[in-house]
Design a protein. Structure first.
Length: 454
């Protein structure tokens, strides 16, 4: 029987994360503070442990994964690489489609890969309390779980629209001992300001980040944890691509193209960066891998944003980073892929995109649900709405292969399962979803509000 699953042993869990900075043609663009000067690490130490800040600025190619982190990874890693043979047959494509199922983690997504590492380094630094934001609830549940593993209390500011749409994500976070607050909230000045303007504000990741950072900065016992965007988060996620490379060797295959959903960029970074290492060295057996970030058409930071300095949050508490952005006060439409509703993108992903080393495309909401349902009916797994973006792009490529007769190998980062997103699937079946195009006028207004740097 032809194998469909490519499983590694627990001893194959990578011992090091891969840092793409070592292979970038230019060093990462510096990050600035409100005073227009590069931000010193000590300043960031008010909300992050030094070990993570050192990773944030490191240019070392390989960074050792601490043994206590690997111990916890062992609960679900290595995650399986699966050949989507039934989907290939359904599409009638000569392409071979593989997916890495990150939905097997306790929280149901790739996010615990960094949550566990972040909770560990904070616990080593003596921190007993963390604040964070969450969109769809995937990150919040991951850090709630990770906090529980290391005895850390967690408060999660959850984007209000997701708080209402996903009550069971809230229950998960509470099960792992976290406190969940709908954002914008009345607990912070940021939240109160937004509520004063609009008491029905649906919230956004940018606002929730502001609330979590504001609280962490005002309390000595509390640090802040971010689920995406930053270099250390991208670093921790590379465990996905590193495992996948070993699994493709087992399968005797190698991807032509990698697809991952792209919100803040961490799951894309995790799947793609380890292949970029090969590309930088001329490609495996001379074969370069195309790396494709897939974003929602309603929140298209890479494909429609500007490569400019901007804040990582809505209110301007974070340092100013060079990234593709829609403007920090851009309010993304309320699509169901809550984890992709972010105005900016990872500075590393942005720089690599700017330099032409990776690609990006955007897909509309209805097409993503259509492909998620197709995937579920062929492969059994019901994907998260975010993951549906990568699946859509891979299906489109597989259909192109059908036209041309090319037998490309396509690798999808299936970043999570959709078990807590069934209300969104129901809305799709009931014809109650639309594509939620963004407003061009709102975009040009928010792009006028970028901070001036340099
Ligand atoms: C399942 C899933 N996939 C993808 C993402 C997008 O985030 P990132 O771009 O950091 O991977 C999220 C974010 O919450 C998510 O929950």
């Amino acid at each position: 029987m032809e194998p469909l699953r490519f499983n590694l042993e627990q001893s194959d869990i990578p011992t090091h994360w891969y840092n793409v900075v070592a292979d970038m043609p230019k060093p990462p663009a510096p990050t600035f503070g409100p005073d227009n000067k590069p931000v010193p690490l000590e300043k960031m130490a008010a909300i992050f442990p030094m070990a993570l800040l050192e990773q944030e600025v490191s240019a070392e190619r390989w960074i050792a994964i601490p043994e206590p982190v690997r111990e916890i990874y062992r609960l679900w890693r290595p995650s399986p690489l699966i050949r989507a043979k039934r989907l290939e047959e359904l599409l009638g494509t000569p392409a071979r489609i593989y997916y890495k199922n990150e939905g097997v983690s306790p929280a149901g997504s790739h996010k615990p890969n960094t949550a566990v590492a972040q909770a560990y380094y904070n616990s080593q630094a003596g921190i007993r309390r963390l604040t964070t934001e969450t969109g769809a609830g995937q990150w919040g549940s991951s850090i709630a779980f990770a906090g529980q593993m290391f005895g850390i209390e967690v408060r999660v500011f959850m984007v209000r629209v997701s708080y209402q749409q996903k009550p069971f994500r809230r229950s998960m976070m509470r099960t792992w001992g976290a406190e969940v607050i709908a954002s914008p909230s009345s607990l912070t000045q940021t939240g109160r300001d937004y509520l004063a303007k609009d008491s029905e504000n649906p919230g956004s990741l940018g606002i929730a980040i502001s609330e979590a950072v504001e609280e962490a900065a005002s309390r000595a016992d509390t640090n802040y944890a971010l689920g995406s965007v930053l270099n250390h988060v991208a670093l921790h996620q590379t465990i996905i691509g590193l495992e996948a490379k070993k699994q493709f060797d087992l399968a005797g295959d190698w991807p032509d193209m990698v697809f991952a959903p792209c919100g803040g960029g961490s799951s894309f970074a995790g799947a793609a960066f380890p292949f970029l290492a090969d590309n930088a060295a001329g490609g495996k057996n001379g074969k370069l891998v195309r790396l494709v970030a897939v974003e929602p058409a309603s929140c298209p930071s890479l494909t429609k944003g500007l490569y400019a300095y901007d804040y990582g949050d809505a209110s301007g508490f974070t340092p100013i980073m060079k990234m593709y952005t829609l403007g920090h006060d851009f309010m993304p439409p309320g699509i169901h892929a809550g984890g992709l509703r972010y105005h900016g993108n990872s500075p590393l992903v942005s720089q690599l995109y700017h330099e032409g080393l990776i690609e990006a495309i955007s897909v509309p909401q209805l097409a993503t649900f259509e492909s998620g349902v197709m995937f579920a009916r062929a492969e059994g797994i019901i994907p998260a709405p975010e993951s549906n973006h990568a699946i859509r792009a891979a299906i489109d490529e597989a259909l192109r292969c059908k036209e041309t007769g090319e037998a490309k190998t396509l690798f999808v980062n299936l970043t999570g399962h959709g078990h807590f997103d069934m209300a969104a699937y129901d809305r799709y079946f009931d014809g109650a979803l639309d594509d939620h195009p963004y407003s061009e006028e709102a975009l040009s207004t928010s792009l006028r509000h970028l901070p001036q740097v340099g």
